[in-house]
Design a protein around this ligand. Sequence first.
Ligand SMILES: Cc1ncc(COP(=O)(O)O)c(C=O)c1O
Length: 434
Amino acid sequence: MSEHKALVLDEVRKFHQEQQPAGGFVPGVTEIWPSGAVLDEDDRVALVEAALEMRIAAGFTSRKFESSFARKLKRRKAHLTNSGSSANLLAVSALTSPLLEDARLKPGDEVITVACGFPTTVNPILQNGLIPVFVDVDLATYNTTVDRVAAAIGPKTRAIIIAHALGNPFPVREIAELATEHELFLIEDNCDAVGSLYDGQITGSFGDFTTVSFYPAHHLTMGEGGCVLTSNLTLARIVESMRDWGRDCWCEPGESNKCLKRFDYQMGTLPAGYDHKYIFSHVGYNLKTTDLQAALGLTQLAKIDEFCAARRHNWNRLRAALDGVPHLLLPEATPKSDPSWFGFVLTVLPDAPFKRADLIAFLEDRKIGTRRLFAGNLTRHPAYIGQPYRVVGDLTNSDIITEQTFWVGIYPGLTDEMIDYIASSVKEFVGQPR
Ligand SMILES: Cc1ncc(COP(=O)(O)O)c(C=O)c1O
């Protein structure tokens, strides 16, 4: 390492120390965020080092992150994207590729998903001219069930995309088996669940595709970022092409003839020998990241087991402290699962002598941040009114969630003192004479 670089990075470490907030947790004054990035000295140094080397596009570091992350999620290939939403867009769009021949999804085909969750799990279905088929979820796990998904399968069903709800796995092994039985593609939206286990196996390793978000709220962060993973090499090739403008060529920036046939192709109605770098086999996007993001991703990835352990510890501590509290439905792990939780979900029961809004106001007033279970029932949002979709069964629980549910944080940036303060505040509010 150059002497100047070593000096700069040494100063960065000192700067990092200097930035640490003085003083400890003050109940009611210190913000208890529902989620946030946990960034240490190594993260800061990694970002600065990438900047010093001016690794401003995707290159070596991105490829290193992709192979390390693929190993972690037990998939053969990972492709970085600029967000989790882009990862979902690529995963669904890839299923429409002509390279899949008769298996490709065509406009009007149906994709089963849940009504209650984050919009960009569902949007790529509509963006590709496909029809979402919504099913309801259970309360307490906030996941759907095999029976609901099975009931939604019809003659036009071609795929399933479901998110592991706030880190809690859906019954993914059984739904993957159902998908295989009916020749459906399965996409696991694993954006909130990196490190979760279902039936002893890591989530994201069951479906044809898995997607991840690296936004600061998530288990790992790159600021903005996401990833699509698969073990199917054809699907991986399609994702890479669609991510990188739709090109047919797979040379890295700076490379020009990896296949050794750059001027030997004849595709479409192009003249023979047309430069392969500029042959486009998909109507693609540019959804790439930079090595600055990947550099941060790598130092974050080194801490993933620690992060997941802290999430489990905080959730279990809060769950134990709130056990038996009246008027609230406490969250439950899906049977057979060991979640790497994203948040701690509470539903105000119908018999409660208080309203969700009052409990939220009480907590927010104490600087305890709250969030909704994302959109709640998506079909009630202006964006989806008038869109083509089908609902199978009713959406009773999705409506209850829209009206009665919220979550608080358990992310690794929270201490035991903070978790205990959340618990005592909830209990104090619920126990108030009314
Ligand atoms: C389940 C789920 N899917 C997709 C996304 C989108 O990720 P991003 O914000 O990186 O676009 C989120 C975001 O929180 C999410 O929770």
